[in-house]
Write a protein that binds this ligand. Structure first.
Ligand code: ZN
Length: 442
């Protein structure tokens, strides 16, 4: 458990700015330091065994206005106690944090949907209904509180500044940008709106496709002082029954798009194609499809195999991945709202790249949950409140198709409402690489 404890403490140390304080924190069998965390009953993490979420004995405790679960303890005692200047956290927040951050449940589960994805319905987040709470940030906040008491100091979230209360990472997956005229027309015909297809075909013939709207998205974000990451798929060949791009990234017209993105201070990244999340050479060759090197990736369909994908991302040399969100539900798949280095379970080490966990996606609301834009905004607000508590990052995925009224009316307006609200609430709104840069270099 030593390596796993160090992994959690390293992340804790990278979550806050400590100033001159260097807290002495011990765990389990180790001699009691100034702050000690008791080890709970589970030995699953030492012996590489699955955690059975059906038989978990969960204890709920209030913290920051929410009831939060602790997974591996049996005593319903106080959260922490003090004796002669030594502090003890009586719940195993190390094991609970490690369980969630490491994706332990996904690694040891064979249940997958038809595309090979771990399903939200199989998750501990679904089982105990805490997907909208970044639980690990709550555990870290308990430890932060104890550090502040033990050392009479103030420590602050690393990405929280006097100007920025919290952070929004803006991203766009470009799956389709050539076929608004086709898909939009089909959608309009279904709704008996016969003028729309004529307009869209005319637009395709005489100008650009309604979904080739990079300039519109960039201008909109610029008006809020925001930047974003655009993820592109380098292949239009389907794989495993999944459509990839509807465009050819090698078309010279994309050079102007890449330049426009760079000129706006934004980022181009790889949208790893269906198939690339399990094939090292494919991901590596796709990463070389851009005029300038790219350092950020998100997999198409959020495909991510916890047994294979982390090594493939390392092999391809990425600094950032942003695939870890549930397609079926908004919230926190690893129960954490800051970038973190995932854990390689078989090799018992953290990986070299950072995950910027995905929190909300347009399609989750529109296609999986069938919510209207107004209903979706209420859910988004509840997540923003959570992220604000910890000076965290809300990672937003808005497809370029959702900026056009063809097929997805109302979603561009919701995006504008989200940006207006976050701007007014003093959030920084940046691309993946800019967020990571701030985390690493201040
Ligand atoms: Zn995609």
């Amino acid at each position: 458990m030593k390596t796993k404890f160090e992994y959690i403490i390293n992340l804790f140390n990278n979550t806050y700015t400590f100033g001159a304080v260097s807290p002495d924190i011990t765990y389990g069998e180790a001699p009691h330091g100034r702050i000690h965390i008791n080890q709970g009953s589970t030995r699953c993490f030492e012996y590489n065994q699955p955690v059975d979420i059906e038989t978990l004995n969960v204890i709920w405790k209030p913290w920051l206005g929410e009831n939060i679960p602790f997974f591996f303890d049996s005593d319903n005692t106080e959260l922490f106690t003090e004796e002669e200047g030594n502090w003890t956290i009586r719940f195993d927040i190390v094991a609970s944090s490690f369980f969630l951050l490491s994706g332990w449940q996904e690694y040891f589960s064979d249940n997958r949907d038809k595309y090979g994805r771990f399903q939200y319905s199989e998750s501990v987040q679904h089982r105990f209904d805490f997907t909208r709470l970044p639980l690990v940030n709550y555990y870290f906040d308990i430890l932060r509180t104890v550090v502040e008491k033990a050392y009479a100091c103030n420590i602050t979230p690393i990405l929280q500044t006097t100007q920025n209360a919290f952070n929004v990472c803006l991203t766009h997956d470009i799956d389709t940008c050539e076929t608004a005229w086709l898909e939009g027309s089909y959608s309009a015909i279904k709704k008996m709106n016969f003028l729309t297809p004529v307009n869209l075909v005319a637009k395709k013939l005489f100008k650009t496709d309604a979904w080739f709207n990079f300039s519109e998205i960039l201008s909109l974000e610029k008006s809020f002082g925001a930047t974003s990451t655009f993820f592109f798929i380098p292949t239009n060949q389907p794989s495993g029954g999944i459509k990839n791009a509807d465009y050819n990234l090698k078309d010279p017209k994309f050079n102007a798009v890449f330049k426009m993105i760079t000129d706006h201070g934004c980022e181009s990244g790889l949208h790893g194609s269906a198939g690339s999340s399990t094939m090292a050479d494919r991901l590596k060759s796709e990463s070389k499809s851009f005029p300038e090197p790219v350092t950020s990736n998100r997999f198409h369909f959020l495909l991510y195999d916890p047994k294979i994908t982390p090594k493939i991302l390392e092999h391809a040399g990425f600094n950032i991945d942003s695939s870890l969100g549930f397609a079926e539900h908004f919230g926190f798949r690893n129960s954490f709202c800051l970038p973190f280095q995932p854990f390689n379970i078989p090799e018992n080490r953290s990986v070299s790249f950072y995950e910027i966990p995905l929190s909300i996606m347009d399609g989750t609301f529109s296609q999986y949950l069938h919510l209207s834009p107004d209903q979706s905004f209420d859910e988004i607000l509840s997540l923003i409140l959570e992220v604000k508590k910890f000076g965290g990052v809300l990672t937003v995925l808005w497809h370029n198709t959702h900026f056009s009224p063809h097929k997805y009316p109302g979603w561009k307006e919701l995006y504008i409402k989200l940006l207006s609200y976050c701007h007014q609430e003093h959030a920084s709104m940046q691309s993946c690489s800019q967020i990571l840069n701030r985390l690493q270099h201040g």
